[in-house]
Design a protein around this ligand. Structure first.
Ligand SMILES: *[C@@H]1O[C@H](CO)[C@@H](O)[C@H](O)[C@H]1NC(C)=O
Ligand SMILES: *[C@@H]1O[C@H](CO)[C@@H](O)[C@H](O)[C@H]1NC(C)=O
Ligand SMILES: *[C@@H]1O[C@H](CO)[C@@H](O)[C@H](O)[C@H]1NC(C)=O
Ligand SMILES: *[C@@H]1O[C@H](CO)[C@@H](O)[C@H](O)[C@H]1NC(C)=O
Length: 242
């Protein structure tokens, strides 16, 4: 199918509980997204380092930073976004870790994205500000199946995340979290978040796209995430936010 060829979508399956406890400071995933290289001590490398330094200062106070550094072919564009509920300190820790780790994983590569539970960071030699990133994306799901009435569970999940998507696109932080009851003693917890370089309409569009992928990645699973370079959604049957 041409679609899947054009969008190199990567799939991993990890028990979310494991990630929460054991690997909270490890990246969830990363993509070296450019085919272009730069050489050590080049202007591009200096611009990238300057940009990463800027993001480190800009991001923690509001949870979001973006910018560019340099000019013409040596210009590098970047952003970092912390999850909406993450403290300034944890945001700072995450952005520092992301910067140092991604430049090791993707050495001398002009574009990369790295995701953690608490934040993600992205840079490129191509200006991506204000456009929905459909290329860099991955999925995670809890290996455990919902034990009863998967139909209702899936429907409630989509409804919750759909509502959260609407709410996220209407707030200045472009983030929303919430929960819904299913049955007497169980709940679904969810969140939706966009990168704040998107317009409200594009935020909604990005999240709607993610929600539409829930059945194929995560249908009937106790937890799931669709995580992209512009927006992400997550649901679990336990509270996972701070
Ligand atoms: C870029 O660097 C990678 C890793 O060092 C190498 O495999 C690749 O061939 C290089 N690509 C170009 C276009 O030089
Ligand atoms: C969940 O359901 C799928 C499909 O019915 C099955 O292949 C898988 O083994 C189940 N997983 C668990 C952990 O029970
Ligand atoms: C979603 O929003 C609709 C309309 O406001 C509401 O009727 C419904 O109960 C909400 N569902 C969930 C799961 O939040
Ligand atoms: C969305 O926002 C409305 C208005 O603030 C609120 O009543 C509703 O509960 C929110 N939906 C969810 C699913 O949190």
């Amino acid at each position: 199918m041409a679609y899947s060829f054009l969008l190199p979508i990567l799939v991993i399956s990890i028990n979310s509980l494991l990630i929460q406890t054991a690997l909270s400071a490890s990246p969830l995933f990363s993509i070296c997204s450019s085919t272009q290289n730069f050489t050590t001590n080049s202007l591009y490398e200096r611009n990238l380092n300057k940009l990463l330094g800027d993001l480190y200062f800009k991001t923690p106070p509001t949870g979001f930073g973006f910018g560019s550094s340099g000019q013409y072919t040596d210009r590098v564009y970047g952003l970092s976004l912390c999850r909406g509920d993450v403290s300034t300190n944890d945001c700072k820790t995450c952005v520092v870790e992301a910067s140092s780790h991604v430049t090791k994983i993707c050495p001398n590569i002009k574009g990369a994205v790295i995701w953690y539970d608490n934040c993600y960071l992205k840079y490129s030699d191509v200006n991506f500000h204000g456009t929905i990133d459909n290329r860099n994306k991955f999925y995670m799901w809890n290996l455990n199946n919902v034990s009863t009435n998967a139909e209702l569970f899936n429907q409630k999940t989509r409804e919750l995340i759909g509502n959260l998507s609407t709410n996220a696109s209407r707030t200045s932080k472009m983030y929303a979290n919430g929960e819904t009851d299913i049955g007497i003693e169980s709940k679904i917890y969810g969140m939706a978040q966009c990168s704040r370089d998107l317009s409200r309409d594009d935020c909604k569009k990005c999240l709607d796209g993610a929600v539409s992928e829930l059945p194929s990645c995560c249908g009937g699973k106790q937890g799931g995430r669709v995580v992209g370079g512009s927006c992400n959604i997550r649901y679990e049957i336990y509270p996972f936010l701070n």
